[in-house]
Design a protein around this ligand. Sequence first.
Ligand SMILES: C[S@@+](CC[C@H](N)C(=O)[O-])C[C@H]1O[C@@H](n2cnc3c(N)ncnc32)[C@H](O)[C@@H]1O
Length: 264
Amino acid sequence: MTYKQEIINFYNARTNYDNDVTLNRAIALFDYVTPSPGQSVLDVATGTGNIAITSAQKVGPSGYVIGIDIATELLKIAQQKIQAQNLSNVELIEVDAQAYQPEPDKFDVIYCSYAIVLFPNILKILENWYRCLKFGGFIAFTCSSENSYLALLIVEACAKNGIALPNLHEPLGTPERIQHLLTQAKFDQIEIHPRQMGTYLSLEKAQGKWNGQFWLHIDNPLRELTPPKICQIKASYDEEIAALETEQGVWHEELIYYVVARKT
Ligand SMILES: C[S@@+](CC[C@H](N)C(=O)[O-])C[C@H]1O[C@@H](n2cnc3c(N)ncnc32)[C@H](O)[C@@H]1O
């Protein structure tokens, strides 16, 4: 199965995606950039449309919003929400964000909430966003520290068993790397706002966070491994987690960077 199909299947199965947490963490992007009435907005990887719908309310009837995604089932939910609210200024397009080529200088704001790390070539996607933003326009996206979601522990458990596991959160996993990639793509006025959303988990919950195999990455070497090898890696992961347990439980970092940058 291709990486793209893996993503489509994973998100199509998440028809229960919407809840207070997924809504609030997405619309927190409006704390940093809010579109004005009459403006044009692109919501990349819109999913169930939370950012697109809120943007449509903010830009009003004289503005417009385009939401794009590849997960048909999530787009259906977004469409139902748009119809329920009678919004006529928002359009959903089922297209791969990496292939979407709108005309240059089209949008005032481009949002991408909880999705940019899923794109294999982040510099290329940033360059495309730069191209289709108007001068003076903003991009606003989220990404996570490289150690969020216990990712570095998983990488370490694999390394202990001779497997080099690439980490989705690595390319945008520190403020320095975010700054560097955005500068390479010609953006300026870069702001990086960290928000810690981590919690302590029970040992059982922390161990249950990873099954030893599931990993979203284009170059995921775990796809090719035999079940005994996966069991070995999972055992290393469980051991490492157990070693981190404190009286409060196991710290599960979710350090989210809310990033804003401008085309000037
Ligand atoms: C974690 S969800 C975030 C959804 C939404 N932005 C939000 O914050 O509620 C990630 C989304 O990225 C979409 N996605 C992943 N790769 C994509 C691609 N190449 N093109 C378009 N959408 C993509 C998935 O289908 C999914 O809807």
